[in-house]
Design a binder for this molecule. Structure first.
Ligand SMILES: Cc1cc2nc3c(=O)[nH]c(=O)nc-3n(C[C@H](O)[C@H](O)[C@H](O)COP(=O)(O)OP(=O)(O)OC[C@H]3O[C@@H](n4cnc5c(N)ncnc54)[C@H](O)[C@@H]3O)c2cc1C
Ligand code: FES
Length: 292
């Protein structure tokens, strides 16, 4: 894993990054494109996160939602000199300060940290990617990566959900994915209080029956609010998917991000070091869903 190969001390010191672009995704969420000021961006894996630091405000963990540049890989595995994307929802002091950053302004970045999605485990299998709300952020590079290595996988499906149409991230990209024939993309929203919506209404689990997968051949990658991940995992287990074939990305309060402080402990795991992506086999009991 990338974070294991790097000296811990170096990883604990933020490097200066500059905002090079800012995209407003929804009323409270923006995607920042950031580039290192005086260093090279570190290589990263889909599912890993960085600690973003606003001096005098604080530091928070934010998933890497994509990369720009990076040569042959197109950027989604990082590499020297790449621009990193982070999609941030303003919920408190630090995330509000990050969302207010404009191109040209700077922030501190340390990372990447943690274990990302295990795409080797998905090789030769059907892949069902399920994202809810902000959970689309760490899954976006997975969609890019699986499409880039499309031949490695069987059936490929992406199920996306949000509270309302206004909360859906990456709208134009979702449209492009829906037009593809080698990726089945289904989108639903919980409710339609605002603008016109001709798509599905209902929680994301209602989309699962549309994906004709063989439970013994599928790997599921799931990220979203914890309650949503519990429901999705419960439905997949009910259909006969093995808990070890369900990967989820967890959020816990973090401070050090290198497995030292204990803030992110879940059962015997430190989510910053052993996650954020873990199998249901590892955390299902602690998350309160029984296995079949
Ligand atoms: C591995 C990881 C990846 C993450 N990726 C992203 C991302 O891509 N984009 C993004 O916007 N956010 C992401 N988060 C959540 C983000 O770190 C929190 O929203 C942030 O720490 C809130 O800090 P704050 O100072 O802005 O707000 P605070 O004042 O700390 O909190 C505001 C509100 O958010 C709640 N909150 C704080 N931290 C979390 C958390 N970790 N999980 C759930 N609720 C929380 C608090 O209970 C409170 O209600 C991620 C968290 C983790 C652990
Ligand atoms: S954040 Fe310190 S141990 Fe995980």
């Amino acid at each position: 894993m990338q974070s294991r190969d790097q000296p811990r001390g170096e990883l604990c010191v933020p490097s200066p990054y500059r905002v090079v672009d800012r995209t407003v995704e929804t009323a409270d969420t923006v995607t920042l494109a950031i580039a290192p000021v005086d260093s090279l961006a570190r290589a990263w894996e889909p599912g890993q996160f960085n600690m973003l630091w606003m001096p005098a405000v604080g530091e928070v963990p934010i998933s890497i939602s994509g990369g720009v540049g990076g040569g042959a890989t197109g950027g989604d595995r990082g590499g020297d000199g790449t621009v990193l994307l982070h999609t941030i929802r303003a919920v408190g002091a630090v995330t509000r300060a990050l969302c207010a950053l404009e191109p040209g302004q700077t922030l501190g970045v340390r990372g990447p940290y943690g274990r990302g999605w295990d795409l080797d485990a998905a090789s030769g299998r059907d892949v069902v990617i399920v994202g809810g709300g902000l959970g689309l952020a760490p899954l976006r590079p997975v969609v890019h990566e699986t499409l880039r290595g499309r031949d490695r996988y069987g059936r490929l499906a992406f199920l996306a959900g949000a509270r309302t149409p206004e909360d859906l991230l990456y709208m134009s990209e979702l449209g492009q994915w829906r037009a593809r024939t080698d990726l089945q993309t289904e989108v639903t929203v919980d409710a339609v209080p605002g603008r016109e919506w001709r798509g599905d209404v209902g929680v994301v689990t209602t989309l699962l029956p549309r994906i004709p997968f063989d439970p013994g051949r599928v790997v599921a990658l799931v990220c979203g609010p914890e309650v949503m991940m519990r429901f999705v995992a419960a439905e997949l287990l009910r259909q006969g998917v093995a808990p070890g074939d369900i990967q989820v990305s967890l959020e816990r309060t973090m401070q050090c991000a290198v497995g030292s402080c204990g803030h992110c402990q879940l059962g015997s795991s430190f989510i910053c070091r052993d996650g954020p992506v873990v199998t249901w086999e590892r955390v299902g009991a602690a998350m309160g869903v029984r296995e079949r």
